[in-house]
Ligand binder design. Structure first.
Ligand SMILES: Nc1ncnc2c1ncn2[C@@H]1O[C@H](COP(=O)(O)OP(=O)(O)O)[C@@H](O)[C@H]1O
Ligand SMILES: CC(=O)OP(=O)(O)O
Ligand SMILES: [Mg+2]
Length: 408
């Protein structure tokens, strides 16, 4: 028994939930959005109450302090010691972490080392972990990796067609990301469809600020659009997704301020995607406003975004030789019915059709028509719940070990 805090640090947001475990009751949850941008917001929800504040939030350390203050301020905890476990989302686990792990100094060092595989995340992730370890020394810290679910990919899927020695000697391969989310929504899809997961072929579209598409066969990830790092795959809020690698050398040789690989990679990670094409914003809500007011580049960014998503989804339908269901999840996938409509309209040849009555804001569940050959689902992701369950497994193991040692 105890309270577990799950921390999901994304590239633009930090989401958290405080659970009473093992009951899995949500005591409170919240989100810090647009971290590091001009208008950051902090939202908290508990017992039917919703609070929202606009303030400049610079980084993850500030989020941690604000979050702990909030828990005390609203009486959600009276004492920090009530929190017995803190689970952290870590994006890159590399070849090292294929499952969740209790964090100690060594693990923390290894997570920092892996930052080169997730530059937008693995720097913020250990900063958050360290801050919580310092402020909540009694709570069991557990790291849950985005890459773990994709560790089932075969060599044929995860190798790049470059000399194999670069995998053998340097572990250069596709690792994917958002695995905790793809895992969670695929399990729920099986429940919603009332079919065993091992019979199902699914494509899961996690479309947030970061976005990835995964092909899931019998409950395991067989391929996914992100690569060595979360830069690959579809176009994203600030990331280019797949491009011809020769662009990198061309930029280095021809653009004065991009005269090394790190500068180009920064451009591709932070200034590209929706932001790069629109020249305005990385955020879908703002992009929609700009499109509505007739901004041509905003419309172009949207059209490119939709096409790239369609291409990856179609590719994975091909890889799986047909699918039972397509799942939409994450910030955009869950909330933007027009994005879902535009994607499915372009994939109608595959026998997908969504119902305008079902495809509404706040939809949760099946949104396809009765005659659609492929079911289309909207499933709000809950990476925090999966993280809390992982923490609980470790806490019970730890408790049982301590208890059996005690009576031995
Ligand atoms: N109501 C909404 N309509 C359209 N897009 C939305 C809505 N709510 C959130 N989003 C978009 O979701 C994206 C953030 O998704 P999220 O999954 O929270 O990102 P991340 O975890 O990568 O930080 C942003 O582009 C944001 O504009
Ligand atoms: C891996 C990744 O891009 O995560 P997020 O979408 O949460 O930023
Ligand atoms: Mg996210």
């Amino acid at each position: 028994m105890g309270k577990t805090l799950s921390v999901n640090s994304g590239s633009s947001s930090l989401k958290w939930q405080l659970f009473q475990m093992p009951e899995e009751t949500v005591i409170a949850k919240g989100i810090f959005e647009r971290i590091g941008q001009e208008q950051s917001t902090m939202k908290v929800e508990f017992a039917g109450e919703k609070h929202s504040n606009e303030q400049k939030i610079i980084d993850v350390q500030q989020c941690v302090l604000l979050l702990l203050d909030t828990l005390i301020h609203y009486g959600l905890i009276n004492d920090f010691r009530e929190i017995t476990g803190v689970g952290h989302r870590v994006v890159a686990g590399g070849e090292l972490f294929k499952a969740s792990v209790i964090v100690d100094e060594k693990v923390l060092g290894e997570i920092k080392e892996l930052a080169r595989l997730a530059p937008l995340h693995n720097l913020a992730n250990p900063a958050g972990i360290e801050a919580f370890m310092k402020l909540l020394p009694q709570a069991l810290p557990v790291a849950v990796f985005d890459t773990a679910f994709h560790s089932t990919m075969s060599e044929k899927a995860f190798l790049y067609p470059i000399p194999k020695k670069y995998y053998d000697e340097y572990s250069i391969r596709k690792y994917g990301a958002h695995g905790t989310s793809h895992y969670y929504v695929s399990q729920l899809a099986a429940e919603m469809l009332n079919r065993p997961i091992d019979e199902l072929k699914l494509v899961s579209a996690h479309i947030g600020n970061g976005a990835s598409i995964t092909a899931i066969d019998g409950g395991t990830s067989v391929d996914t659009s992100m690569g060595l790092t979360p830069l690959a795959g579809v176009m994203m809020g600030t990331r280019s997704g797949d491009i011809d690698p020769s662009v990198i050398q061309y930029l280095i040789e021809n653009v004065a301020h991009l005269n090394n690989a790190a500068a180009v990679l920064d451009e591709l990670n932070n200034k590209s995607g929706i932001l790069g094409i629109s020249g305005l914003t990385s955020d879908m809500r703002d992009l929609n406003d700009a499109r509505a007011s007739g901004d041509k580049n905003a419309q172009l960014a949207y059209d490119m975004f939709i096409d790239r998503l369609k291409k990856y989804i179609a590719q994975y339908i091909g890889l799986l030789n047909g699918i039972d269901a397509l799942i939409f999840t994450a910030g955009i996938g869950e909330n933007d019915e027009a994005v879902r409509q535009d994607i499915i309209e372009g994939l109608s040849w595959f026998g997908m059709e969504i119902s305008p009555e079902l495809n509404i804001r706040g939809a949760n569940g099946i949104i396809s028509t009765a005659q659609s050959k492929v079911k289309v689902l909207v499933i709000p992701t809950n990476e925090e719940l999966v993280i809390a369950r992982e923490v609980e497994t470790f806490r019970q193991l730890w408790f049982n070990q301590t208890f059996s040692k005690g009576i031995a």
